[in-house]
Write a new protein. Sequence first.
Length: 359
Amino acid sequence: MTRKMKFLFFIFFCLLYRLVFAQTDTLKIIDTTAKIGTEGNLVELYLINDIPIRGIQLTLNYSADISPFEISQTIRTQGFNIEFYVPIPGEMIILIYKYSSGSITSDIGSILDMKFNVSPGALPGYHPLEMKNVYASDMDGQSVELKIDDGVFIVEQDATPVELTSFNASFFKNQNKIKLEWGTSSESNNYGFEIQRGEDNKNFKKIEFVNGNGTTSSPHKYFYLDSDFSSGTNYYRLKQIDFDGSSNYSKTIEITPLLPTIYKLYQNYPNPFNPETTIEYGLDKPGFVELTIHDINGKLVQTLVSEQKQKGIHSAKWSSRDNNGIQVTSGVYFYFLRVGDTTGKNKGFNQAKRMILLK
């Protein structure tokens, strides 16, 4: 299409404001139903016209939860030029035209097929599709008035073939992991679950996929340990996928792990103990950790940890033995925590606590 032709066509539609309406017909969108979290839902734009139509321009308004992403011709507009663009979110301008011979014949039927995306956060109910600024011309170049019969986009919760009975998250501080657990009472055609995580409740990304159990009437339990979470609030959801590629989304759950904000050495437990005790320490950032046991004279008894550790809560057990595996005697002992760089030098944190081995 040349620039001159585009300009002439633009002038043609601008003149529609000044023309006397020669014919009154009806333009409408038929009601359609969509499922939450799916895409490819088809809306047909119908035209009821008693005379042939050469060109149409209209503006389509829609809600934020649905958005058109494709427009295709039907048998009534084959060979026509179709242009559309989105000037602002929630609005689309559509142009249908042909310069030489050919017209949208007198009939009742679809002139355009529009596909919509439905947001996973869309609420079930009626979402209006409002048409405005509708202009059309007949074969003589006269303006044709088209009555607007607004349609609606009916959004429904999808019928999930997999019955989720639970979906929960918990933080395991000793492992520095968030555990996701979910269960099903029955499954039908279940390929599996795509686990998605986000730092807000809008933008999610895939972090893992867990296989489903196909078709079964028995309950099943699933879990996943996430070690790459953020220190703030984490949002999770499941995308359940069928073998045919269709999918559904679970509810969104959130969890904020209680991570340490400073280096800290905790009191061992139990204390007094016999023969084993647990020592916990917290790191607010990664570091090289040395955790050692000393007797009351300061002599090294055993080295429990000497390696790089990630941020979070860590723990180690002492079974009251020395570095040679020999059981030590009852008494007072001290445990030291030193945190530095990856070489083990330049210790940036030192702390000690006392404990009692009582046999």
